[in-house]
Design a protein around this ligand. Structure first.
Ligand code: HEM
Length: 196
C-alpha cells in the first residue's frame, strides 16, 4: 500500500523558505537585549517603526484589500506612534524610499504581508517580556507589542488560509516566496542601520 503524501501547504512552504532569515533576525534582535533598559527598548521600537513605515502601503493595497476585509484595521503603526509618545521620544525618520506601493503585484505584496503580519506572532511573547522587565503594558509604552492581534489569533489564521487557498500561477507562487524573503531582507537592512 502506498501512503498518499500531500504537498506542504503554501504557508508552510513560506515558513520553511524563510526560516533562515527569521532565525537570524530573532537571534540578532535578542542579542541586543532589547528590554534591558529604556534606551535599548527605544532602539528596538525604532527598528520596528522604520520597517512598518516602509510597508505602510501594504495596508492600503487595493488588490490585497479585495481579499482581506480587515486589512486597514491590521495596521500597527498608530500603536507604535503612541508608544513613542508615551515614552516622550521623537519619531525616527528614515532616508530610504519604501519598496512597496499600490502597484506591487498581488503575490509579492502577499509575501510581504505574511512577514509583517507574522511578526505579530512573536510579538505576543515579546510583549510578556517587556512587561516583566520594564513594566510596560498594552496601555502604556508596549501598545505595539501587547496590542490587539498579537499571537496566532483568528486574523493570523485567516491570512494563512488565504495564502493556502488563493489561486496563483507558478510564477506567482515564486513571487510570493520572493516577496517574503525581500521583506525579511528589508528588515535586516534596517537592523544594520539602527545598530550600526
Ligand atoms: C526577537 C524577535 C522575534 C522573536 C523572538 C520571534 C519569535 C517568533 C515565534 C516564537 C514565532 C512562532 C513560531 C512557531 O509558532 O513555531 C514567530 C513566528 C513568525 N515570526 Fe517571528 N520573532 C521575532 C521577530 C520577527 C520579525 C522582526 C519578523 C518579521 C520581520 C518575524 C516574522 C515572523 C513570521 C512571518 C512568523 C510566522 C511563521 C509561520 O508560522 O509561518 N518575526 N516568531
Amino acid at each position: 500500500m502506498t501512503a498518499a503524501v500531500s504537498a506542504p501547504s503554501r504557508a508552510l512552504k513560506l515558513r520553511q523558505g524563510t526560516a533562515d532569515l527569521h532565525d537570524n533576525i530573532d537571534k540578532s534582535i535578542m542579542a541586543k537585549d532589547p528590554f534591558a533598559n529604556v534606551d535599548n527598548y527605544v532602539q528596538f521600537l525604532s527598528l520596528q517603526y522604520y520597517f512598518l513605515k516602509d510597508v505602510a502601503a501594504l495596508y492600503e493595497h487595493s488588490e490585497l484589500s479585495k481579499h482581506i476585509d480587515d486589512l486597514v484595521s491590521r495596521r500597527r503603526l498608530g500603536l507604535l506612534e503612541q508608544d513613542f509618545a508615551d515614552l516622550k521620544q521623537p519619531l525616527p525618520s528614515s532616508s530610504l524610499t519604501p519598496l512597496i506601493d499600490n502597484n506591487t503585484d498581488l503575490a509579492t505584496a502577499l509575501g510581504w504581508l505574511y512577514v509583517v503580519e507574522g511578526s505579530k506572532v512573536g510579538a505576543a511573547m515579546l510583549g510578556k517580556q517587556v512587561q516583566a522587565r520594564l513594566h510596560y503594558t498594552g496601555e502604556f509604552a508596549a501598545r505595539y507589542l501587547a496590542g490587539p492581534g498579537a499571537g496566532r489569533g483568528s486574523a493570523w489564521r485567516h491570512l494563512v488560509q488565504l495564502i493556502d487557498t488563493i489561486e496563483l500561477t507558478q510564477a506567482q507562487e515564486q513571487a510570493l516566496i520572493d516577496g517574503a524573503r525581500q521583506a525579511f531582507s528589508r528588515f535586516q537592512l534596517y537592523q544594520a542601520q539602527v545598530y550600526s
